[in-house]
Design a protein around this ligand. Structure first.
Ligand code: SF4
Length: 305
């Protein structure tokens, strides 16, 4: 197999088969400091892009073999929206994918283009990175091609979000000393309020990065996540040993979950044993409810607090 990899078990999306549109060489219009691939000069093309028919042939074989997969993920050794036959590929995948969801992971650099918006709108889940809300941070961390502007990306995301019927997820990767400031997150919050994604995923570096940069702690991610208001946020951190053991009253729990739905994993890390008991009671009384948002269960409340 040249283009298909997996199945990979993803905590957020389930069992997934990946499609790599640039298997030979990294092809990306960013050169992020935290990239898991080798550092490379940003570019806006994929050299020798694979033929759609060759990708489909492999995909069909893999789908026959692993019929229990839940998601087909379009990704790349770089940025998948640079693939020149993306539209055709999506049309063909949709013909054979049956009940599997189609997901794309993109850096969003080209989302301002109407043609890219129109291609992506036929995908079930579109996950786009947005690490910074200020130009300085964006240039320093994501190191895009000169012609790519953060302003255009944000405008494009707002436009796309309005017309998109599937799940739009924004991912923020936090790097120590760069986008881990409260002010950056306050600005991100302002931008996210207008983009209105279905979910925000916050994470940090957990594999060797292309450049010498460091992750932040789970505690820091949690603090920063509080700046994101009224949107479901998940926090991904390999080392979830940190526990805050916060004693929260019934009212505090209801208010917190109303403002920021939590996953069970985060609740278990953040709440003390005493608060967990109150949480369970509220859940039994249906004052706290479970909601499935983009394949993830969140706990929230509709009660006015
Ligand atoms: S957008 Fe993704 S592939 Fe491109 S440089 Fe950044 S992390 Fe690497």
């Amino acid at each position: 197999m040249k283009y298909i990899f997996g199945p990979v078990n993803s905590r957020r999306f389930g069992l997934s088969l990946g499609i790599d549109l640039s298997p030979k060489k990294k092809s990306c219009n960013f050169d992020c400091l935290y990239c898991e691939l080798e550092s490379a000069k940003p570019k806006n093309t994929i050299d020798n892009p694979p033929k759609v028919e060759n990708i489909l042939k492999e995909l069909k074989e893999s789908l026959n073999k692993f019929d229990d997969i839940e998601v087909i993920t379009i990704t790349s050794n770089g940025e998948p929206t640079l693939y020149p036959y993306l539209k055709e590929l999506i049309i063909e995948i949709k013909k054979i994918k049956k009940d599997k969801k189609l997901l794309i992971l993109s850096n969003g650099a080209l989302i301002y283009k109407k043609e890219i918006q129109n291609i992506l709108k036929d995908i079930d889940i579109v996950k786009i990175s947005l690490d910074c809300a200020t130009k300085e941070c964006f240039k320093k961390l994501d190191r895009p091609l000169k012609e790519i502007s953060l302003e255009k990306i944000v405008e494009g995301l707002k436009e796309f979000s309005k017309k998109f019927k599937g799940s739009l997820i924004i991912e923020i990767l936090v790097v120590k000393g760069i986008n881990d400031k409260e002010e950056e997150f306050e600005k991100l919050n302002e931008v996210l309020k207008e983009i209105k994604p279905e979910r925000v995923d916050i994470g940090t570096i957990d594999r060797p990065p292309a450049y010498k940069v460091s992750p932040v702690s789970y505690e820091r991610l949690f603090e920063l996540s509080k700046k994101i208001e009224n949107l479901p946020v998940t926090i991904a951190h390999r080392n979830k040993t940190y526990k805050t053991d916060k004693d929260m009253s019934k009212d505090e729990i209801l208010r917190t979950l109303k403002q920021r739905p939590f996953t069970l994993e985060d609740i278990e890390l953040i709440f003390s044993k005493k608060s967990l008991k109150i949480f369970e009671k509220l859940l039994n009384e249906k004052k706290i409810v479970k909601k499935m948002i983009s394949n993830t269960i969140f706990y929230t409340t509709n009660i006015d607090k």
